[in-house]
Design a protein around this ligand. Structure first.
Ligand code: ZN
Length: 276
């Protein structure tokens, strides 16, 4: 097994992880804590807008790692699919204004529609926005979501399905985000990470943990070490496949949001060194 991380030079935290803080406090606190990267959720710049938020982040010595999130391409009506494509172009423009090199895609699913149809719409939707992404020099990452979200949130549920899209679209602007929470259960994960590495598609790596029992499907993720995911082993696979980018802590947890966020950020740093 690879050794633990020795410092915070690759630590990125998602704004949603410490959701109770507004964007100014988030940036100030991350910077003071020695966090080096930040992934911004679109809700976080509602007040300031993306350009001013990007400036704020840079003024505090942080690097914008990605913008979350675009996607939601699957829809039964052509109208809604066209609207999703427009929204994704807008999201890419926001990423460019923010200074984010990457937009993470939660691809979408239409309740009642066959998953294969949703996957085709997702691939077509990404193909439609790729020229815009290339022109803006913003990369797109398909993030497979755990199959518990296949009904209404994301029809791309394995890294293999995400890789297929990358292979089909064949562009340097499309790749994958590997999130341990969504992918740890997959017996093909190690091989797929290797294949994504060979394709040049490993764009992002997200960490959190799977609690037992999980009491809420959306908002009960664990801090690294609180659950059953072999996080360091998966990091070994990802790095063995050539990934050297930021390690992004992305935790939605009503339980953790309810506590003192400054203490929580220190716990994240401890868990990053001891469990990732
Ligand atoms: Zn993620």
């Amino acid at each position: 097994m690879i050794p633990p991380l020795m410092d915070f030079s690759r630590l990125c935290v998602h704004t949603v992880t410490t959701k109770p803080w507004g964007i100014e406090e988030t940036v100030r606190r991350y910077s003071a804590a020695g966090v080096k990267g930040i992934t911004i959720w679109r809700e976080a710049f509602l007040d300031k807008g993306p350009a001013a938020t990007g400036q704020l982040v840079r003024d505090h010595g942080l690097k914008v790692v990605s913008l979350c999130r675009g996607g939601f391409f699957a829809a039964s009506s052509a109208n809604r699919r066209a609207k999703a494509i427009d929204d994704n172009r807008h999201c890419i423009d926001e990423a460019a204004a923010l200074g984010a090199p990457l937009v993470v895609l939660v691809c979408g699913a239409e309740p009642g529609q066959a998953l294969g149809d949703s996957r085709k719409q997702i691939s077509d939707g990404i193909a439609a926005v790729l020229p815009h992404a290339a022109a803006a020099k913003v990369r797109l990452a398909v993030e497979p979501l755990h199959p518990m979200y296949a009904g209404d949130r994301c029809a791309i549920n394995t890294l293999g399905q995400a890789r297929e899209i990358c292979g089909r679209l064949n562009s340097p602007w499309i790749g994958v985000a590997v999130d341990v929470y969504h992918t740890w259960w997959d017996d093909r994960l190690r091989d797929e990470i290797g294949a994504c590495g060979r394709g040049g598609w490993l764009f992002a790596f997200h960490v959190s943990d799977w609690r037992l029992p999980t009491v809420d499907l959306l908002e009960d993720r664990g801090l690294m070490g609180e659950g059953c995911i072999p996080i360091r082993e998966i990091r070994e696979w990802v790095e063995g496949a050539g990934f050297t980018g930021f390690i992004e802590v992305e935790i939605f947890s009503r339980r953790l949001w309810a506590g003192d966020q400054a203490q929580y950020l220190e716990s994240i740093k401890d868990a990053y060194l001891s469990r990732v």
